[in-house]
Write a protein that binds this ligand. Structure first.
Ligand SMILES: [Zn+2]
Length: 448
């Protein structure tokens, strides 16, 4: 539902009280000129790049100097002609080249005033930093995001998209690397030798953590004379040669490493699995639901498949979901005005920032707003809460705006301005939509 509104800014000029349509109102006059600026920005980028290409071609034709010198010269000329700094001229040249040659879709969109010049610059900067493979895969999607989101939200959404795609290539690279696993012995001086093992990083850390755990238990013994390094090596030898730890003191036996794996819960849900209490249904219609890669404490990102395996219940893996697990408090209905801490955390986790259009103030610094005010019968529930920064909270209550939660959207808000324009704000993450029947807490809450 409301598909026609997704991410789009409705440019509706409302008729006046007598029903006459008066053409653009004051806001419309401003947006009109903003559209013209976008069109001109696109033309400027094209012309700047043409200037660069022609200057380089001329230099080549006349055998003129080193490329670097030619570049400096055209930068100087552009700066002088536009009366801007050479630094600004360099940035302009770089953006022009990127948009004309690498991101033509974004340039077209700018030329049609569907994005602003700032969007185009952010797109070029972020994609230029990504690997070529990822850039190739996400550039179309990046333009769509730019067309849907205000600048601040766009930057975050694009960065997230790039991170997610990088983690996909991480998985592919990991699979290839996995075939190289092996154990190698290398002679060392004085009757010693190195034993090397090339293993998946998660397992290597688990092994080292277990050796450390057992080593610490041994070195803490009053009679101990060995260093931690020495005991780790001794324990490794005992375990691999005899396969048991019978020679160890009782307190050092049976120690198993615990490695903390952090997996965004929604990542585990994305494969169409729905779980939760009863009728929980995961809504899944956008890349934004794809979460950041899974990470292992002290190690960094790991392939998602590994993370899923680890979270499948194998012993020794402490699972930390960045989304409260089932049993999370989604609603306390009308029993309590102030949301309980678990619900507050969930509301902030879902939005990540203030839920006003384009605002990027972190949710941790926001107030939790009842979208429908408590004294107007609004419940204390996930579907009726959003974080707002102090400034936007005030505007919502006193600025002539109306704010609604979009039903079944997983937390999107629809802001309607005093001039009648509507802006849809998407949360950073989704929470599965829970049907009321799944919530005994709401059972007493007759729908109004
Ligand atoms: Zn705000």
């Amino acid at each position: 539902m409301d598909d026609e509104l997704i991410g789009e800014i409705d440019m509706v000029s409302l008729p006046d009280e007598d029903g006459r349509f008066e053409g653009p109102d004051d806001v419309g006059l401003v947006t009109e000129v903003a559209d013209m600026l976008a069109v001109f920005a696109a033309q400027r980028l094209e012309r700047v790049d043409r200037f660069r290409r022609n200057a380089l071609a001329d230099a080549a034709r006349y055998g003129g100097g080193v490329v670097e010198v030619v570049h400096r010269s055209l930068r100087l000329e552009l700066a002088a002609a536009l009366r801007i700094t050479e630094h600004a001229a360099q940035t302009l040249l770089a953006h022009a080249e990127a948009l004309v040659h690498r991101y033509p879709g974004a340039l077209t969109s700018l030329g049609e005033a569907r994005i602003t010049e700032r969007h185009a610059q952010i797109l070029a900067d972020l994609l230029d930093d990504a690997s070529a493979e990822v850039r190739e895969r996400v550039s179309d999607r990046a333009v769509e995001l730019a067309e849907q989101h205000p600048v601040g939200t766009f930057r975050r959404a694009l960065r997230r998209l790039i991170d997610t795609e990088e983690s996909v290539t991480l998985t592919q690279r990991h699979e290839a690397a996995l075939t190289q696993r092996r154990v190698v012995i290398e002679p060392a001086a004085d009757g010693m030798a190195w034993l090397h093992a090339l293993l998946p990083a998660v397992e290597a850390h688990a092994i080292h953590a277990r050796l450390t755990g057992m080593g610490k238990a041994l070195t803490s013994h009053p009679d101990n004379t060995r260093t931690l390094d020495q005991t780790r090596a001794d324990v490794l030898g005992d375990l691999l040669i005899d396969g048991d730890t019978g020679s160890l003191t009782p307190e050092a036996r049976g120690i198993r490493a615990t490695v903390a794996v952090t997996v965004p819960a929604l990542t585990l849900l994305t494969e169409g699995t729905t779980h939760g209490s009863g009728g929980a249904t995961a809504t899944d219609d956008s890349h934004l639901h794809r979460s950041a890669p899974a990470t292992v404490e002290g190690l960094g990102p790991i392939p998602l498949d590994t993370a899923k395996e680890l979270c499948g219940g194998a012993d020794g893996w402490m699972r930390i979901l960045t989304h409260p697990e089932t049993g999370m408090v989604l609603s306390v209905g009308r029993t309590q005005y102030r949301p309980p801490p678990a619900l507050r955390r969930l509301v902030k986790w879902r939005a990540d920032t203030c839920m006003a259009p384009g605002c990027t103030i972190p949710a941790s610094r926001c107030e939790i707003d009842h979208t429908i005010a408590w004294h107007h019968g609004g419940p204390t529930s996930l579907e009726n809460h959003a974080p707002l920064c102090t400034g936007h909270h005030t505007i919502k209550h006193h600025g002539g705006w109306t704010v609604e939660q979009i039903p079944d959207s997983g937390g999107a808000l629809l802001w309607t301005s005093p001039s009648g324009r509507r802006y849809r704000v998407e949360p950073e993450r989704r929470v599965p939509v829970f049907r009321p029947s799944a919530h005994p807490a709401d059972a007493g809450d007759a729908p109004v």
